[in-house]
Design a binder for this molecule. Structure first.
Ligand code: SAH
Ligand code: MG
Length: 195
């Protein structure tokens, strides 16, 4: 394993940055490889870990990624420089809801505020090619989206409710075929149908 990748993992652990889990990222990287995904939009850069790893799958992959937190944005820029990937990863320091893009992508990776997933999905649907894929992370939310145990924190309950609304939204969305994988923290794979 590349020491620069390991350094990001250690940093994330020490500073509680919720980067993708090991088997989750492995699943996504494999998907990118198998389906020849070349241009990716990521919502939620954090420190650039997943963007860098996705980009490294193949030398003609480009990633546009959005981060609103100034500290994380700065670290992402630094990390991307360490890999000399500035030409292939474009980080937008903005709230995703303020971003307007005309580009079309093979994949949209949603890994940001968990209570906003429906809104992210609806906003960027127009930027996804036909037969493109939306990958959504954290749909299990540590198992809480399918437990019958009472959840004590009101805040966490709110997030779980929103994630379950998103899961139902994906299941009912006739323009997409969605599969759910209990890998990492739970991953949704939604393929845009050709109409
Ligand atoms: N994809 C990263 C982890 C992202 S963590 C990885 O696996 O390496 C989620 C990030 O989304 C946080 O850094 C948070 O600041 C950012 N975020 C949440 N809501 C956002 C929004 N509306 N616009 C931009 N960034 C957002
Ligand atoms: Mg995540």
């Amino acid at each position: 394993m590349d020491h620069r990748i390991e350094e990001m993992q250690i940093y994330a652990k020490e500073h509680h940055v919720p980067i993708m889990e090991l088997d989750g990222i492995a699943f996504v990287l494999n998907y990118i490889k198998e389906h020849h995904i070349k241009n990716i939009l990521e919502i939620g850069t954090a420190i650039g870990y997943s963007a860098i790893r996705m980009c490294l799958v193949d030398e003609d992959i480009t990633v546009t990624t959005i981060e609103r937190d100034p500290e994380r944005y700065a670290l992402a820029i630094e990390n991307i420089k360490k890999f000399a990937l500035e030409d292939r990863i474009h980080v937008l320091f903005q709230d995703a809801f303020d971003v307007e893009l005309d580009d079309m992508f093979d994949m949209i990776f949603i890994d940001a505020a968990k209570s906003q997933y429906i809104k992210f999905f609806e906003k960027f649907d127009k930027n996804l090619k036909k037969q493109g894929v939306v990958i959504s992370d954290n749909l299990d939310f540590h198992g809480m989206t399918h437990t019958k145990e009472p959840i004590l924190s009101r805040n966490v309950r709110g997030i779980v409710r929103k994630l379950n609304l998103y899961i139902d939204f994906l299941k009912e969305n006739k323009k997409y075929d969605t599969m759910f994988f209990h890998i990492g923290d739970g991953i949704g794979v939604s393929i845009k149908k050709v109409d």
